[in-house]
Design a binder for this molecule. Structure first.
Ligand SMILES: Cc1cc2nc3c(=O)[nH]c(=O)nc-3n(C[C@H](O)[C@H](O)[C@H](O)COP(=O)(O)OP(=O)(O)OC[C@H]3O[C@@H](n4cnc5c(N)ncnc54)[C@H](O)[C@@H]3O)c2cc1C
Length: 417
């Protein structure tokens, strides 16, 4: 039976995807703090369970590298902290570049990453790629300028991560309410005073962590505070399992900072952000209006053109990746397609910020394709904000205020996939 809603809580977290769950875990570090988590559907019911769940430290912005380093340590420690199996498969991340100028820029980024503490990131020549242990001959190296490689990158198990954080937060005293939808806010003199649940109960609180993924703009708008977070459909394509080639040990492979593939069993899961286009106006505030009920109904659909048939996008993704792995051309077929929404901001960086319009409202959304890998760091950061602690990470580049004024934020990220 669901736990009864408390009349009040020191902090209310809205959303129990990877980010809200991690926020609950870090909030409950503070002894004696009452934390209530509201989840409208089920733990990990949103993008968390629809993700490719790749993890990398190879970023171009200071804050993202820092967040990855923090999150890497947490994910490496996850079984010790939360019990259960490993959630982090460190097969590495291999970026392949065709052009000399792209490779020159990639080499500079690696120098930067190493200087930021990602000491095992390195640039590779085509011959170095051929010599990667267990991978020799898997990639097209004759026509490439080079690659970058970080063996401690990899991929994650997102539903286990959200469940681990939620159970951990419960053990530390959080109350978690599944099937409890935030439907409104109460406010007084410019400050939050409570969250209305299912239109009938109010949980009194002075602090709300809003971690509702692609729903965040709709939920925040209930408080009169829209935010520029837009749902954008992304597809993942799965090849059949291979009989004649072993790929289960492969790293995540990215071709020219675009199409990517990672193993799923002994087949590949593939993605590419070429299509569909983002909705017009998603690059500014206020964001375009989106019909939440309509989006929700079509979260898993792949409409004609985006599916796995001949002349469809899935085959284009396969063809693009066969530039990196020529033998993939012989596969010729995509077996399966899944979908989900990226929750994007105008500059593809999250909002980890107090809301300047309403005291007590704290945002953790808009991860633009990085929400699983950065969930521990994001949870920690928003807990710092909500509890008034000195931030563990520099959060200037994640502030909401510049986005509301359509101003550029600091520390722009150049490696968006
Ligand atoms: C195809 C695809 C590939 C991806 N690949 C990667 C990747 O390789 N690496 C990576 O790090 N990220 C990736 N992502 C992005 C990642 O999945 C998201 O950034 C991440 O899941 C966001 O987590 P979240 O907890 O913020 O949101 P969600 O997981 O969407 O959770 C939000 C939760 O809020 C709840 N909620 C909504 N409204 C309310 C309400 N009113 N009241 C109560 N609860 C509410 C929802 O039910 C949901 O459970 C990918 C996403 C997709 C779709």
């Amino acid at each position: 039976m669901a736990a009864p809603l408390p009349p009040s809580a020191d902090v209310v977290v809205i959303g129990a995807g990877a980010v809200g769950a991690a926020a609950a875990w870090y909030l409950t570090e503070q002894q004696g703090l009452s934390v209530a988590v509201l989840e409208a559907r089920a733990v990990a019911a949103g993008s968390t369970s629809r993700s490719a769940a790749a993890f990398r430290q190879q970023f171009s912005s200071h804050a993202h590298v820092r967040m990855s380093r923090f999150s890497r340590e947490v994910y490496e420690q996850f079984p010790r902290l939360f019990g259960g199996p490993a959630v982090f498969l460190q097969h590495g991340y291999l970026f392949l570049y065709e052009r000399d100028d792209d490779m020159a820029a990639a080499r500079k980024r690696v120098e930067y990453q190493v200087s930021e503490g990602v000491t095992d990131a390195r640039a590779l020549s085509p011959a170095d790629v051929d010599a990667l242990p267990g991978l020799g001959g898997a990639f097209h190296t004759a026509g490439i300028a080079g690659a970058t490689w970080c063996p401690t990158d990899g991929f994650l198990r997102p539903t286990e991560i959200a469940a681990g954080f939620v159970e951990g937060a419960k053990r530390r005293g959080a109350s978690v309410h599944v099937g409890a939808k935030a439907t409104g806010f109460t406010t007084e003199r410019g400050a939050v005073t409570g969250v209305v649940v299912d239109g009938k109960h109010t949980v009194r609180t002075k602090a709300v962590v809003l971690a509702a993924g692609w729903w965040s703009n709709a939920v925040s708008s209930l408080a009169g505070c829209p935010i520029p977070v837009v749902a954008v459909k992304r597809y993942l394509y799965l090849t059949p399992q291979f009989d004649d080639r072993k790929v289960a040990h492969f790293p995540l492979v990215v071709w020219n900072l675009g199409a990517y593939a990672r193993p799923e069993g002994n087949g590949l899961m593939m993605g590419w952000d070429e299509k569909p286009a983002r909705p017009a106006g998603s690059d500014r505030f206020p964001p375009p209006k989106q019909d939440v009920a309509e989006l929700e109904a079509h979260q898993d659909d792949a409409p004609p053109g985006y599916g796995k048939g001949i002349d469809e996008y899935g085959i284009e993704v396969l063809a693009e990746l066969s530039n990196a792995m020529p033998w993939l051309g012989d596969v010729g077929a995509v077996q399966y397609v899944t979908g989900g929404y990226y929750e994007v901001t105008p500059d593809d960086k999250a909002i980890l910020s107090a809301d300047p319009r309403l005291a007590g409202l704290f945002h953790a959304s808009g991860f633009s394709g990085h929400g699983i890998m950065h969930a521990p760091a994001a949870g920690r950061a928003v807990a710092d904000l909500a509890l008034g602690r000195t931030p563990t990470f520099p959060l200037d580049g994640f502030a909401l205020a510049p986005l509301l004024e359509n101003r550029e934020r600091a520390d722009r990220e150049r490696m968006v996939i």
